[in-house]
Ligand binder design. Structure first.
Ligand code: FES
Length: 179
């Protein structure tokens, strides 16, 4: 005769099946535990997700950004300038910087083009001798005024508003349209 016959594992007496009341109580306690865990996860998780995604859902502000003194730019010349986007993302760092091509047309008249090709967004290059913008990705070509000269771009280069304020050239930031 076996010494383990009829004993529960661990030596706590004979095993017996749980009664329907005990099963029901266990099920209830399990559900309570799961509900409590879900509640705690929600309490912790919702603020974190809100913190991370909230700035992405806010409308982007438009702001005037200085890109230099008026006298830094020669009339008729096109220069690459950089400025900070009004990004609400605190962790954006260097990625908050963007660029534009700025051309001084007259004494206090400037035009600014986004650097992004309207085909798939590659940065275009200004070719001063030919007076065209070239896109290195798929051969898009733009005239000096931003109009499409050749290749796949569907639209002229996007423009930013510009103004002269207290001797400085300013560009008004804006989200660029998705081509
Ligand atoms: Fe410029 Fe395609 S991204 S031509």
């Amino acid at each position: 005769m076996s010494a383990h016959s009829g004993a529960a594992p661990g030596g706590h007496g004979p095993a017996r099946e749980a009664t329907p009341e005990e099963l029901s109580r266990r099920g209830f306690l399990t559900k309570i535990s799961l509900a409590a865990a879900a509640g705690v996860a929600g309490l912790i998780g919702v603020p974190i997700v809100g913190y991370l995604l909230g700035p992405l859902l806010q409308p982007t502000e438009q702001q005037w950004r200085s890109v230099g003194m008026v006298d830094e730019f020669a009339i008729g010349q096109t220069a690459l300038v950089s400025f900070e986007e009004p990004s609400p993302l605190k962790w954006a760092g260097q990625t908050a910087l963007t660029a534009a091509y700025l051309r001084r047309e007259d004494t206090d008249s400037f035009v600014a083009f986004a650097v992004n090709c309207t085909h798939l967004g590659c940065p275009v290059n200004w070719q001063p001798d030919a007076r065209i913008f070239l896109c290195p990705c798929h051969g898009g070509v733009y005239y000096a005024n931003g109009d499409v000269a050749a290749g796949p771009p569907p639209h002229p280069l996007f423009r930013y508003d510009t103004r002269v304020n207290d001797g400085r050239v300013e560009i008004r930031t804006r989200p660029l349209p998705v081509a």
